[in-house]
Design a protein around this ligand. Structure first.
Ligand SMILES: [Zn+2]
Ligand SMILES: [Zn+2]
Length: 254
């Protein structure tokens, strides 16, 4: 399985608008982060998880030329802004793209983008809407995916596991059932929005990630969805031996 981190940034990107670098050193390219999304290639199937505002640029920069399905974690802008653009992608690909999310997220998306759910138009646009369970296992284009939900502000966000890999974004807590599903996973790519500076904002920080990693016992922990408070050098220096920070374009095989 191949994973590409398309974006490792938090909701506002890094630097933020008006070139605001907050805590970060401006001359480090690893401090330049687009909104969080990943690309997965498994059994020759091509998936993305989330599609925020820079999705077109991320797909082009990483030379991705096809997509079979997109899994959506939750309905925040930084994870869904490019959904309307996927309708165009289907036309260019000449095949449909399956869009998977929880029932609750799909309800939000229907409000946000009613024109993407509009009968004939939806079929014409080639987005095939699918609902995944809140907790459990489901099959996407012949690939088994496990999922569970994490609390995030007033929302719930879906986490996804495929084979030995798990992606958990936008979380403030991982419930017991999630810890069980994640236990023993080889590579955990996980949101650490606040880095070394805990904040009560529906996100996590390094101490929170360390605590759950003690229970999950992954071989490798990669931190993503990083805000402009997370300077690459400063934070990397404080990480345990099996932890590292994600950066845009990072790719690995599992
Ligand atoms: Zn987010
Ligand atoms: Zn969010």
């Amino acid at each position: 399985m191949k994973v590409i981190v398309l974006g490792s940034g938090s909701a506002y990107g890094c630097p933020m608008i008006f070139n605001n670098w907050r805590n970060m050193t401006p001359n480090n390219p690893k401090n330049v982060r687009n909104r969080a999304a990943i690309y997965l290639e498994v059994k020759s199937k091509k998936f993305a998880v989330d599609c925020g505002p820079e999705f077109r640029l991320q797909v082009n920069q990483n030379n991705i030329s096809d997509l079979d399905a997109v899994l959506i974690t939750h309905s925040h802008y930084d994870h869904i802004a490019s959904l309307p653009e996927l309708a165009r992608a289907c036309t260019l690909l000449n095949h449909p793209i399956e869009i998977w999310c929880s029932g609750e997220t799909q309800k939000d998306l229907k409000q946000e983008y009613p024109f993407l759910f509009n009968g004939e138009e939806q079929e014409g646009r080639g987005l095939h809407w699918r609902v995944c369970p809140d907790v459990g296992e489901f099959e996407v284009c012949g690939v088994m995916i496990k999922t569970f939900q994490v609390p995030h502000h007033r929302w719930r966000c879906s986490a996804f596991c495929c084979q030995n890999f798990a992606y958990v974004t936008d979380w403030e807590e991982i419930p017991e059932e999630g810890l069980k599903i994640l236990h023993g996973v080889q590579t955990l790519l996980i949101e650490c929005n606040n880095g070394l500076y805990p904040e009560n904002n529906g996100h996590s920080d390094l101490e929170k990630v360390k605590k759950v990693a003690e229970v999950i016992e992954p071989e490798q922990v990669i931190l993503t969805h990083l805000s402009a408070r997370v300077d690459f050098e400063e934070t990397s220096a404080a990480l345990p031996h099996n932890f590292e920070l994600a950066y845009d374009g990072m790719s690995f095989e599992i």
